[in-house]
Write a protein that binds this ligand. Structure first.
Ligand code: GLA
Length: 673
């Protein structure tokens, strides 16, 4: 029974990839059961999860701590209703690991932890249902769940556990992978699918085997969603690495069968709001499940504003169900486009780098039909513009500009889109004057009128325009270019300082638009001459997959200073940097340095899973790199020529397999200037 179904699934994916070609050529679909329409049909014929599931799961905010309890779950359900999140589409309130007691009862039944859930699970489910919401639960396709306390798993108990969940009124099951005893994954997950089906209750089925057995290839008719990666954590590096693993899997997603890059970290405090907006934008353009992972009872206004953005949610929930695809990613400047059911395209301009980047594409490149002009809706600003076809922006460091572009004949009622641009180095030494240039470019089919621009910086700084700051009219494709001198007072401490570029203009019909680009300048000190230990030098910026980058110890994954002596292949090093993939550490070298050398490798403190690659960048060019290195290898010597570079960047990637156990050491890392 099961095997033929699996084969049908494979054909469906091929159908999805070739559907466009078949259409274009006007050919009939082949005789296999894979008509063009198949890609928008649920894979499990139960009508569930036709759009990616939306809701809450406690794991990212509480793990197994005591605040995960009955009161929290009810509190979240209340907030879903009170704060409009239910109206925005959030529906499932899901319990993760640690809700049960470690032992089953005498009848083999699961027992809710009486301290966390004194009224049992059914009572909580009834409450959640009374709010018009749904309840989710968790167990593992193994003998025990993942927590070391060892809560019961469902392997060998699939039918009775599924029935117990159904009896409680459970609407969603997350089925994990720990303690699986080596039993074949397809068998384990398919058995639970059949057990859930046998209960007769509609239950969304979330497969959580971390992408280990390529579930995208076989699980479309097993579950409604499948994790594609290891666990997310609340850091920029973790989010980025998961994003990069999930993006290429776009062909496998569709209504009823979604790629799951794990739950949201928005609001948990480890990223900036700009980074959380990127996280939410990219999860939405990937048609990922939107499961809130922060404790909404203490969430900030900014968190609610991000999670409650209905225009972004509409990208995620579009009924066509296509996951966005990568059009380009050169230099960390990502363009991802998603076809929407109304023919429009959602387009994310995502900046992976630590400095502002111009990211550009066009209506044609994202697949829109040829037209005089288009309507471009900015989904974070909530404003509409017209564009003659260019879709571009200067995107702040780690930011995302998310737009929805359509070949809409009423484009002329919207003001023209303008792009703010910046040229010149954002690095400056105290007491010096930097020259910058800004541009305000009209991307619209209509002209921008009464255009003016202003640049402001910290109070003690002097910012002066050295060319005109206004223009009566800027036509399609033209720019107002202004040069500036920015003087930093002597003695200004090193660090990042905020500047703001503001432009204002009017449409031909008089609609006023104010637009803004946040900028950062870094006050730097020149590197010392001679040889310096990079483990001791101040850095410009440091991003890491888990915890902070450590000086002269390994990375211990959470708090600063929790690492061990740097150790690679049994050799202990006194100096260097201990990082965790994905990582990037930047140093200001001010054209005064020549080489970086280090002994690099995976730190001995982790088991066999660590796989990383090291790269050294001199400004925009990669000047040295290693192959993928593992725990089995001794330290590799790395030498990079960084002559002339303003900034040197030390990068560690995850080796392409996610960041689990990727403790990477830049041992004895030296900079010579
Ligand atoms: C695994 C899963 C996580 C979480 C924990 C609970 O690590 O991948 O999402 O459910 O188990 O123990």
């Amino acid at each position: 029974m099961r095997h033929p179904r699996t084969r049908t699934t494979r054909r469906r994916v091929v159908g999805a990839l070739t559907a466009g070609l078949l259409c274009a050529a006007g050919l009939a679909a082949p005789a296999v059961a894979a008509p063009v329409q198949d890609t928008i049909r649920p894979a499990l014929d139960d009508g569930l999860a036709l759009t990616p599931p939306m809701g809450f799961n406690n794991w990212n905010s509480t793990h197994c701590r005591a605040e995960f309890n009955d009161e929290m779950v009810r509190g979240i359900a209340d907030i879903f209703v009170e704060k409009g999140l239910k109206d925005a589409g959030y529906q499932y309130v899901n319990l993760d690991d640690c809700w049960a007691l470690p032992e089953r009862d005498a009848n083999g039944k699961l027992v809710p932890d009486p301290v966390r859930f004194p009224n049992g699970i059914k009572d909580v489910a009834d409450y959640v249902h009374s709010k018009g919401l749904k309840l989710g639960i968790y167990t593992s396709a193994g003998t025990k769940t993942c927590n070391s306390a060892g809560f019961p798993g469902a392997l060998g108990h699939e039918y009775s556990d599924a029935q117990q969940f159904a009896d409680w009124g459970v609407d969603y099951l997350k089925y994990d992978n720990c303690n699986n005893q080596g039993v074949d994954a397809k068998l384990r997950y398919t058995t639970m699918r059949d057990a859930l089906k046998a209960t007769g209750r509609p239950i969304v089925y979330s497969i959580c085997e971390w992408g280990q057995n390529n579930p995208w290839e076989w699980a479309a008719d097993v579950g409604h969603l499948w994790r594609t990666t290891g666990d997310i954590s609340d850091t920029w590096g973790s989010m980025l690495s998961i994003l990069k693993e999930n993006l290429p899997l776009a062909p496998y997603a569709g209504p009823g069968h979604w790629n799951d890059p794990d739950m949201l970290e928005v609001g948990n405090g480890g990223m900036t709001d700009t980074e959380y907006r990127s996280h939410f934008s990219m999860w939405s353009i990937m048609s990922a499940p939107l499961l809130i992972g922060s404790d909404l009872r203490t969430a900030s206004d900014a968190t609610f504003e991000i999670l409650g953005n209905k225009e972004v949610i509409a990208v995620d929930q579009d009924p066509l169900g296509k996951q966005g695809t990568v059009l380009s990613s050169e230099g960390g400047r990502w363009v991802v486009a998603k076809e929407m059911r109304d023919g429009s395209r959602a387009v994310a301009l995502f900046n992976e780098t630590g400095s502002p980047q111009r990211i550009a594409t066009s209506a044609e490149a994202v697949g829109l039909p040829d037209a005089d002009a288009y309507t471009l809706r900015d989904l974070w600003q909530h404003r509409s513009y017209n564009t003659a076809g260019t879709i571009s922006a200067t995107v702040p460091a780690h930011g995302t500009v998310l737009v929805r572009v359509s070949a809409d004949p009423t484009w002329a009622k919207h003001p023209p889109a303008v792009e703010l641009g910046l040229a010149g180095s954002p690095l400056i030494e105290a007491g010096r004057t930097a020259k910058l240039a800004t541009t305000v470019t009209d991307l619209g089919r209509t002209p921008a009128k009464q255009v003016s621009v202003a640049l402001s910086g910290p109070e003690a700084w002097t910012v002066k325009a050295t060319s005109p700051t206004s223009s009566g009219v800027v036509p399609t494709g033209r720019s107002l270019r202004t040069t500036w001198s920015v003087t930093v007072p002597p003695g200004t401490p090193t660090g990042s300082y905020d500047l703001t570029l503001k432009a204002s203009y009017r449409s031909p019909t008089g609609i006023r638009v104010d637009s803004m680009l946040p900028l950062t300048m870094s006050v730097v000190v020149p590197p010392p001459s001679g040889m310096s230990e990079l483990g001791d030098l101040p850095w410009l910026s440091a991003a890491n997959g888990y915890g902070p980058v450590e000086r002269n110890t390994s990375n211990g994954e959470s708090a600063a200073g929790d690492g061990h002596p740097l150790t690679i292949g049994g050799v202990v090093y006194g100096k260097g940097l201990g990082v965790h993939a994905e990582s990037a550490v930047e140093y200001y070298t001010g054209s005064a340095c020549e080489t970086v050398t280090a002994d690099v490798g995976v730190d001995d403190e982790k088991g066999a899973n660590g796989t990383v690659a090291f790269e050294v960048w001199a400004d925009g060019s990669k000047v040295a790199s290693t192959d993928v290195l593992t725990n089995a290898l001794p330290a590799q010597p790395l030498t990079a020529d960084v002559t002339g570079a303003q900034v040197v960047r030390l990068v560690v990637t995850d080796g392409g397999d996610g960041i689990d156990s990727d403790h990477a050491d830049w041992a004895e890392a030296l900079l010579s200037c």
